[in-house]
Design a protein around this ligand. Structure first.
Ligand SMILES: Nc1ncnc2c1ncn2[C@@H]1O[C@H](COP(=O)(O)OP(=O)(O)O)[C@@H](O)[C@H]1O
Ligand SMILES: [Mg+2]
Length: 398
């Protein structure tokens, strides 16, 4: 799969950009804060509909504007014809209607989708960025995001199920909140009954989500282990384990009906506690991927270097899974990794590129030329772009 052109409107520091890119390696170089990462971010937005570095879409709108739009013209290995994908986000402030609600719209060949879940899988990319280290250093929510984004891309029904679950969960939580704010300080049977309406739909979605996450965690573990071993020259073993709310034997066996019953009874029994707590404690909304090196937790005990290797291994596992699922290579986005990774880790990353189209950002053009010449036969096919305050200029290869 490859991108032929990138079109930006009011995205970050680009008022307008129309850029034809090469089918192989594309290098964006220039000083800091010129707009190199912004281009990779815009591409990533088209795969996951979210940024890899902010949860706030409004941040990506050019200051002073009300909406951004990114459009990519792509060619996939399956279809002989060309396609386009676009993401548009309006913050609502520019709309004339009174509702002023923010809105995100995704398009395939300029046709908007009703549901974002239908959009996933058309265009896939994997990003390697300095933020990857957060996978190891931060709390569980970032690892849930990692597995959610990966699963949504390769299994659209997962995203659909996840959105359902979140909606049911919010409905249950709203009952708690409404009861508490309406002056009901004491839990009653009636409140419990209202909450329990949501338990079965929650359980049906949760069972599927948990099962998918479990199966994917096994694959992540398998692939990430191989990469980590290679990066550490066989000195360390990385373990990735799914941590969820149900017992391990139920995970392994997976009887959906049994699991649904189990989850319902858990929520039935915790309604009163949840009421006093102010929200739903139990469930897959608390899931995590636990990572360890030879038994020691990575977050607490590993060195910075070990953490970087583990983060890179997780991202390479993501790439492996996408390749397996897509029968095609996703586009690779390498943001500043040449400044971030040491020689051994760079070598491992470059050795995995295969025939993927890649987008690289860096400050030092000659360093990247050298680096790529050593590891890629494609060095002759590099397209260079210099980025200077939101201007992108194609430079000849020399
Ligand atoms: N919403 C926005 N509107 C206008 N400019 C922005 C916006 N968000 C970021 N920028 C600008 O983009 C630049 C940073 O771009 P970035 O791609 O991260 O730089 P780099 O070239 O170092 O990768 C900064 O100059 C910043 O002020
Ligand atoms: Mg950058």
């Amino acid at each position: 799969m490859f991108i032929r052109s990138i079109e930006l409107q009011n995205f970050r520091n680009y008022r307008r950009l129309d850029l034809m890119v090469g089918p192989s390696v594309n290098v964006f170089y220039g000083e800091n804060a010129q707009g190199k990462t912004n281009i990779l971010e815009s591409i990533y937005v088209c795969t996951s509909t979210h940024s890899h570095r902010t949860a706030k879409d409004a941040e990506m709108i050019l200051h002073g504007e009300h909406a951004y739009k990114v459009k990519l013209e792509i060619t996939s290995s399956f279809h002989a014809y060309d396609e386009s994908v676009s993401v548009m986000y309006e913050d609502g402030s520019g709309s004339s209607s009174s509702s002023k609600r923010a809105k995100k719209t995704v398009f395939h060949d300029d046709v908007p989708f009703e549901k974002i879940s239908e959009y996933f899988g058309i265009f896939n990319a994997v990003i390697f960025a300095p933020e990857d280290l957060m996978l190891i250093k931060e709390g569980p929510s970032i690892r849930r995001k990692y597995i959610n984004v990966l699963l949504s891309q390769v299994k659209p029904s997962y995203y659909h199920e996840l959105s359902n679950f979140v909606r049911y969960l919010m409905s249950r939580n709203r009952i708690i909140k409404n009861a508490r704010t309406s002056g009901n300080k004491v839990f009653t049977d009636k409140i419990g009954e209202e909450m329990s309406i949501w338990h079965e739909p929650m359980a049906r979605s949760a069972a599927k989500i948990i099962h998918d996450r479990y199966l994917f965690s096994l694959r992540i573990d398998k692939f990430a282990k191989v990469h980590h071993e290679k990066i550490s020259h066989g000195r360390e073993s990385l373990y990735v384990k799914y941590k969820t709310c149900i017992p391990v034997n139920m995970l392994e066996k997976f009887d959906e009906e049994e699991l649904v019953k189990y989850l319902i009874s858990k929520w039935d029994h915790s309604s009163e506690d949840d009421f006093y707590r102010g929200g739903t404690e139990y469930g897959p909304q608390r899931d995590d991927l636990q990572m360890s090196l030879d038994g020691d937790g990575l977050r607490m005990f590993a060195s910075q270097g070990q953490q970087r290797s583990a983060a890179l291994s997780m991202k390479l596992a993501e790439l492996d899974i996408m390749r397996e699922e897509m029968n095609d290579s996703p586009v690779l986005l390498l943001d500043d990794v040449f400044g971030e990774l040491d020689a051994q880790r760079r070598k491992c990353l470059l050795s995995e590129i295969g025939d993927a189209q890649i987008f690289i950002t860096c400050t030092d053009k000659s360093f990247i030329e050298q680096e790529l010449a050593d590891s890629l036969e494609k060095a002759s096919k590099i397209a260079f772009f210099e980025v200077v305050s939101g201007d992108v200029i194609r430079r000849e290869n020399n």
